[in-house]
Design a protein around this ligand. Structure first.
Ligand code: RM4
Ligand code: MN
Ligand code: MN
Length: 431
C-alpha cells in the first residue's frame, strides 16, 4: 500500500508512548470491568468506526470577507487525496473521502480511483454544486438552481446532478448529496409553494437517474447564501421532500445548519424512526453555520447525537446505516490537523455513547426517574476514553499521538515546497 507518512516514524513514536498507554488502558479496563463493560469489545468497535473526510475541507476555508491561505495547500483533487491519506494513516479512522463537483472533476476518473485504491481510501457520497456559476455557464444560478423560475437553469442543474452520479459511479460511490443555495432575500421575492414544487419536480428527475443501489441525501440549511428563506430550510422541509421522492431519498444532518439551541438529537431520533436518516456532516458552531471543528464547542451535544445512533444500533433498527462525514471550514489551523483531531472527537462521542447502560436507561425512563436517567448519560460522557481511542489506533498501525507525529514528519513544509501557490488562483472560501 502506498503511504504518505513513513511507517517507521509512526512506530518509533508509538514505542516511546506504549508503556504509558498500556498502564492507562489497564486502569480504564479495570474501571469499566467494575461496570460490567468489556474494554476489549469497546476498543474493537472504536477501531471499526470510520468517518469520511470532505475533499474541500483539506484546503483553508474562508469567509465572505477574506481567505487567508495556508502553505502547501492542495491545488487539485490528487493533492487533496494525498492529504486525506495522511489524515487516515495517522488517525486510523478516516478511510474514505467525499468529493465535490465540479471542484474535483478530472478527465480520467479511473486514474483517480486507482490512486485512492493504492492509499486504501474509498470514495463516498458525491456532492453536487449548483450554488455558484462556472466560467462561461449559459444559464445563471443567481436566482436559484433546481427551483429557478427559468426552465433552462433548472435543466442545467438537473444535468449537473446526473453527471455527478456518473462520476461517482466511476469512483465506486453509492450516494449523492444535494445541497442547494436556492432561496430568497426579500419577503415576497419568491412564491414559497411554487418554488418548492419546482424544486421537487427537478429532484424527481435526479431521483429517476439514481442507480438501484444508490441513495440520494438532501441537506437542509437555514440560511446563506439566501438570508430570508431557503428552499430546504429545516428538517421539516427536508423530510417532506425525502418522503415525496421515495425510499432511496433520505435527509442529511449538517450540525451547523440549524438555529442555535435546536435540539438536533431529537431531529436525529425522528429521522431514524421514519427511516429517513441518510447521514451527517459533522462540525460545530456557535452562531450559525460557522463550520468550526467537531466537538470543539458542544461535545455534549455531539455525544447526545451518538446516544441516539448507538441506541438505534442497540435496538437493531432496520435499514439503519447513516453515512458519517465531516464538513468543516478551517480558517486558522492546518486543515489536516483539524481534520485528524475532529475525526477523533467524533469517534470519541461514539465510544462514550457505547458506555451507556441501555437497559438501565430504559428502566429510569419507564420509572420517570429523570435524575438517574440524565446521570446515566452524563457518567458515560464524563469518562475519559482517550486510552481506548489511542489503543485502537495503535493496534491498527496508526499513531498513538497523531498530531505529534504529523508535526514531526514535517509534511506541511515539504508540501509548501512541492506545491507552490499559484498567485492567480482563487480559492472558493465557501464551506
Ligand atoms: C454548504 C453545505 C454543503 C457543502 C457546501 C460547500 O454549507 O454544508 O454540504 O457542500 O457548504
Ligand atoms: Mn454540509
Ligand atoms: Mn455548511
Amino acid at each position: 500500500m502506498l503511504r504518505r507518512i513513513d511507517e517507521a516514524l509512526i512506530n518509533r513514536a508509538n514505542q516511546s508512548l506504549l508503556n504509558e498507554l498500556e498502564a492507562d488502558y489497564a486502569a480504564l479496563g479495570d474501571k469499566l470491568a467494575r461496570q460490567n463493560i468489556d474494554i476489549e469489545a469497546i476498543t474493537r468497535s472504536a477501531a471499526d468506526f470510520q468517518i469520511a473526510v470532505p475533499s474541500w475541507g483539506t484546503g483553508t476555508g474562508g469567509t465572505r470577507f477574506a481567505r487567508f491561505p495556508g502553505t502547501g495547500e492542495p491545488r487539485n483533487i490528487f493533492e487533496k487525496l494525498e492529504d486525506c491519506a495522511v489524515i487516515n494513516e495517522l488517525s486510523g479512522c478516516t478511510d474514505s473521502v467525499s468529493p465535490h463537483f465540479p471542484w474535483d472533476k478530472v478527465d480520467d476518473f479511473s486514474e483517480l480511483k486507482q490512486t485512492a485504491d493504492e492509499y486504501g481510501i474509498k470514495w463516498v457520497s458525491v456532492n453536487s454544486n449548483t450554488f455558484q456559476d462556472q466560467p462561461g455557464q449559459e444559464h445563471s444560478y443567481k436566482y436559484g438552481s433546481l427551483s429557478n423560475t427559468s426552465k433552462e437553469a433548472r435543466e442545467l442543474a438537473i444535468q449537473h446532478n446526473l453527471d455527478c452520479i456518473g462520476y461517482g459511479q466511476q469512483l465506486g460511490a453509492k450516494s449523492l448529496t444535494v445541497w442547494v443555495g436556492d432561496g430568497s432575500n426579500h419577503p415576497g421575492q419568491q412564491h414559497f409553494q411554487r418554488a418548492f414544487e419546482r424544486y421537487l419536480a427537478s429532484m424527481e428527475q435526479i431521483y429517476k437517474g439514481l442507480p438501484d443501489d444508490w441513495e440520494m441525501h438532501i441537506e437542509h440549511k437555514m440560511f446563506e447564501p439566501a438570508f430570508y428563506s431557503t428552499i430546504i430550510q429545516d428538517w421539516g422541509s427536508n423530510i417532506l421532500a425525502a418522503m415525496q421522492l421515495g425510499p432511496k431519498c433520505k435527509s442529511l444532518v449538517d450540525l451547523g445548519h440549524h438555529a442555535p439551541n435546536t435540539n438536533i438529537e431529537m431531529i436525529v431520533s425522528r429521522l431514524i424512526q421514519f427511516k429517513k436518516l441518510g447521514g451527517f456532516h459533522f462540525n460545530d458552531s456557535k452562531y450559525g453555520d460557522d463550520d468550526l471543528d467537531s466537538g470543539s464547542l458542544h461535545p455534549y451535544q455531539q455525544f447526545l447525537i451518538f446516544n441516539e445512533l448507538v441506541d438505534a444500533e442497540y435496538r437493531k433498527e432496520q435499514d439503519f446505516n447513516p453515512a458519517y462525514m465531516l464538513d468543516q471550514s478551517h480558517n486558522v489551523t492546518d486543515p489536516a490537523e483539524s481534520l485528524i483531531n475532529s475525526a477523533i472527537e467524533v469517534q470519541r462521542s461514539f465510544v462514550k455513547a457505547l458506555l451507556v447502560n441501555r437497559e438501565a436507561l430504559y428502566g429510569y425512563q419507564e420509572d420517570n426517574d429523570a435524575l438517574m436517567a440524565s446521570l446515566e448519560l452524563k457518567n458515560a460522557f464524563n469518562l475519559d476514553v482517550s486510552p481506548i481511542l489511542a489503543m485502537a489506533r495503535y493496534r491498527k498501525g496508526a499513531a498513538i499521538n497523531p498530531l505529534a507525529v504529523y508535526r514531526s514528519s514535517g509534511y506541511r513544509s515539504k508540501m509548501a515546497e512541492l506545491r507552490p501557490r499559484d498567485p492567480n488562483a482563487t480559492g472558493s472560501g465557501i464551506v
